[in-house]
Design a protein around this ligand. Structure first.
Ligand SMILES: C[S@@+](CC[C@H](N)C(=O)[O-])C[C@H]1O[C@@H](n2cnc3c(N)ncnc32)[C@H](O)[C@@H]1O
Length: 241
């Protein structure tokens, strides 16, 4: 298990407020699901359960999977659903499910050599014909927007410094969090996150190799893909044997 998304978990929703259009994304996912008779969805790298909650509100039976116990604690405080503490590279559900989703960069946390084995695990846990939708931050986003950049979030009780370095293949992110204690002093916490670049061609080929047909690659959940898109969204379905 990694040690990222530990201390930051409690503040994640606050720091990422308004970052992603989850409601529109959930509409896209819901359309992909409803047109295929989906009832159950597994939300991989579900984090604090933002998408899990929206999908549950749309009437799906959702299971959230994440490798961070702290992120899952936050998710459990939002909704009653099945949450599983598991490395999604070793995904093992109790039964094959109707659909898998992985939203907001979960796949960027896997290194290139982990991608195909991960897709194979997803495939093994899905019924034939089941959709799998995920997004990745594009190379352009990791290199030009996130990489070699510093962001900050300054609140009265917490301050976050998010400092990134891009080396051509991955963005290494140093997160430093200062949290105000009851005596007024600030305590410092550090986390290190790594996100990897995955190209469209590499992901298509790994999906193919893992038994998926790619139906659509779009920009940010359904928009037209361009060379400089920041978020690629893949809609694939598990092939019938
Ligand atoms: C950027 S957050 C996104 C969380 C959530 N999907 C959202 O939209 O808010 C990335 C999440 O991926 C999880 N994660 C990264 N690698 C993972 C793995 N191998 N297995 C399960 N979860 C993983 C982290 O713990 C974190 O919760």
């Amino acid at each position: 298990m990694s040690d990222c998304y530990t201390v930051i978990a409690k503040y994640y929703d606050k720091f990422t407020h308004n970052d992603c259009d989850y409601v529109r994304w959930s509409q896209y996912l819901s359309e992909a699901a409803c047109s295929r008779g989906v009832k159950e969805i597994v939300d991989l790298a579900c984090g604090t359960g933002k998408m899990t909650q929206l999908l549950a509100q749309r009437g799906f039976v959702v299971t959230g999977v994440d490798e961070s116990a702290e992120m899952l604690d936050e998710a459990r405080s939002k909704l009653k659903a099945m949450f599983v503490l598991q490395d999604m590279k070793k995904l093992a559900l109790t039964h094959q499910t109707d659909m898998a989703v992985c939203v907001n960069d979960g796949v960027n946390y896997l290194s290139p050599r982990q991608i195909q084995p991960f897709f194979e695990r997803v495939s093994a846990n899905l019924k034939c014909g089941a959709p799998f939708v995920f997004d990745v931050s594009s190379e352009r986003k990791l290199s030009d927007v996130i990489g070699n950049n510093v962001f900050y979030w300054d609140g009265d009780e917490e301050t976050l410094l998010w400092s990134n370095r891009f080396d051509g293949k991955r963005a290494q992110m140093e997160l430093t969090l200062f949290v105000r204690q009851s005596d007024g002093a600030y305590r410092r916490y550090d986390e290190r996150h790594v996100q990897y670049v995955h190209t469209e061609d590499e992901l298509r080929s790994a999906l193919n190799g893992a038994g998926f047909d790619v139906l659509q690659v779009s920009n940010d959940y359904g928009k037209i893909l361009k060379k400089d898109s920041l978020r690629l969204t893949f809609l694939a379905v598990k092939r019938y044997k």
